[in-house]
Design a protein around this ligand. Sequence first.
Ligand code: FES
Ligand SMILES: [Fe+2]
Length: 386
Amino acid sequence: MSVLDENDSVIDDDEIVTSLPQRYYTSAEQFTEDVEKIWKRQWLYAGHVSQVKSPGDFFTFTILNESLIIIRTRDNEILALHNVCRHRGMRMCEGSGRARRIVCPYHSWSYGTEGELLAASPQQSGLDLDFDQLGLHRAQVSVWQGLIFVNFSPEPLREVEDMVGPEGTAAMARLEPEKMKVIHSHVYPTRANWKLLLENGVECYHCPTVHHEFCKVLDPSAMTGYYAEDYNASLVQELVIPLQYGKDSLTLSGNVASKKLLGDFGRGTPIPPDYSGTGFMTQPGYTWGDFHPDHAMIATCYPTGPTSSEFAAYWLVHEDAVEGVDFEVEDVIGLWATTHPQDAMTLERQQAGIESSAYIPGPYSASAEPAITGALDLYLRMLGER
Ligand code: FES
Ligand SMILES: [Fe+2]
């Protein structure tokens, strides 16, 4: 069967050989299914432990209709509490902060850091409330290497720790990512279906055309080789962005942008000239983090509608690094702050083209886009279509 014969010719001899039919990128019905079968079932990156450093510290993680309060309890446990008051449903918290109690801004019911109902306001005292039954609902939470993942499913398919092999875990542990802090973040609204962000993120075929600055530091052909040879579609895995030989970090200059180096390197181990750092990726709901001897960038993509998404980028350095002494924010963020808008603009134009009546699925390159097949295979399997 020719892959271009008809709009639905995606799979040939059990291989995914073309982009998906238009409805996967545009339809409200498909989007509803994506949310239920993907976004509410897979582990999602919510934030870094430095964002909840002390008991009572919290931040909110909001995706579509769901909002979680990620909080460190009095007992130093990190929990994900649904941000929905058990009285009449108020969304209680916005942003981040530190709290001994979560107090609902509607009728002042208050909850402890574990979500337990502590008090209902005087108007409610006449009611016979069963406090034990009125705590905040919880989502699943898992902390791996200082990275906080959440899952809306009561029974996640796997544990986060089981999704990455020992080599990937060791590569991350070497940089001690739990001893970092977020120094900058930015949200990029992108009028494109979330799967276009995923597909774009697992190929570097577009890099020489779209990312001139990026390609001065990394080797796009090695990137394709990495995807072809070392890449396994799973939810959390080792990710390496191959830098050009002799470059120390993924910055505009290729030099480290923060003098306070991470892990081994902070204790004097020289950076090998062929060291490219490490990282992780989740998919099909797509987050990736790239970690270098001096800094990390984590970008998490999430849908806001059938044809719109956002991705939030976070830049991290060593927890003891001092701005103005060890680093300047512009140096740390410069490369991705240049690259992310290039991707966003490109994907918006791709979305526009896909919405045309002239769009039919087009052929993926087996050599230059090998990882898209794995990513979409996982996606279609989670939908139950493979
Ligand atoms: S809705 Fe929260 S106290 Fe009433
Ligand atoms: Fe890109």
